[in-house]
Design a binder for this molecule. Structure first.
Ligand SMILES: [Zn+2]
Length: 262
């Protein structure tokens, strides 16, 4: 072979090898960034796609899912509470206002013997009020606001959206982490009685829903106003901490409702 030609070939080969070597590091970084980006997209879009799917889901599918994830609740419950009778009447009025609530859960209501102030709905639509809350709030319009807020979460299928978000987080956490504690915590929030965590947007919509319900029932929104006044008065007490852990701060909620037209 011509010497010049041989050198030319060799230099081409060496160049190629060199190009390959110098790119290994860069390609690896790109690969890692790519994987991270894909997981990020999965998290963001899976959430949106699953919400879309949940919104379009038939009532039949909704009920099947709710029944399959209903947990055996072991709370100290007062079954003959005088408060529950009143709440049941309010519940029936609220159901009659919204087809989204009709022919679904029976929305059983229970009073939990607990001095903390709280109210929450579990995935099958059962609603719990603590004695701590019911002993302090007697006013019907205020109770209607609190009850309608919880039923609003159900009407918007927030409970199912929360669970699907937890499942996505759980899947990603278990892929990336060997930390069993994180995985257990996520699993508990999916299956347990754990009060579901809702997004700020879901809370705002539940407040708006409740405000509209109260307005339809009483012709004014005093229920919302009185409830927020109560929250401002109570939010420094230790019994209130539980409510704070499952709902946004009062001032934030008042801001959300301001400017709302019926
Ligand atoms: Zn809420």
């Amino acid at each position: 072979m011509n010497k010049d030609l041989e050198e030319k070939y060799l230099s081409v080969i060496e160049d190629n090898v060199n190009v390959g070597k110098s790119n290994v590091g860069v390609e690896f970084v790109i690969l890692i960034l790519g994987i991270a980006a894909i997981f990020g997209m999965v998290y963001i879009f899976a959430d949106n796609i699953s919400n879309l799917f949940i919104d379009k889901m038939s009532t039949e599918t909704q009920m099947k899912i709710e029944n399959s994830i209903s947990s055996n609740v072991s709370l100290d419950i007062d079954k003959n509470s005088k408060h529950v009778k009143k709440l049941n009447e309010l519940r029936d009025k609220i159901i009659s206002l919204d087809p989204e609530l009709q022919n679904k859960s029976s929305f059983k209501i229970f009073e939990v013997k607990n001095k903390e102030i709280n109210a929450f709905v579990i995935p099958n639509g059962t609603i719990y009020f603590t004695s701590g809350l019911l002993n302090k709030i007697n006013d019907e319009e205020t109770l209607a606001f609190i009850l309608a807020h919880e039923m609003g979460h159900y009407a918007h299928r927030d409970h199912l959206k929360s669970i699907s978000r937890d499942i996505i987080v759980y899947t990603l956490t278990s892929i990336f982490s060997n930390n069993q504690q994180n995985v257990n915590m996520t699993l508990n929030s999916i299956s347990g009685l754990h009060a579901l965590k809702y997004s700020r947007n879901q809370e705002r919509n539940a407040d708006r829903y409740a405000n509209t319900v109260v307005y339809k029932l009483y012709g004014n929104n005093n229920g919302a106003v009185k409830f927020f006044e109560f929250l401002e008065k109570e939010e420094k007490t230790p019994e209130f901490l539980q409510y704070f852990s499952t709902h946004p701060a009062t001032r934030e909620r008042i801001k959300m409702l301001k400017g709302r037209n019926f």
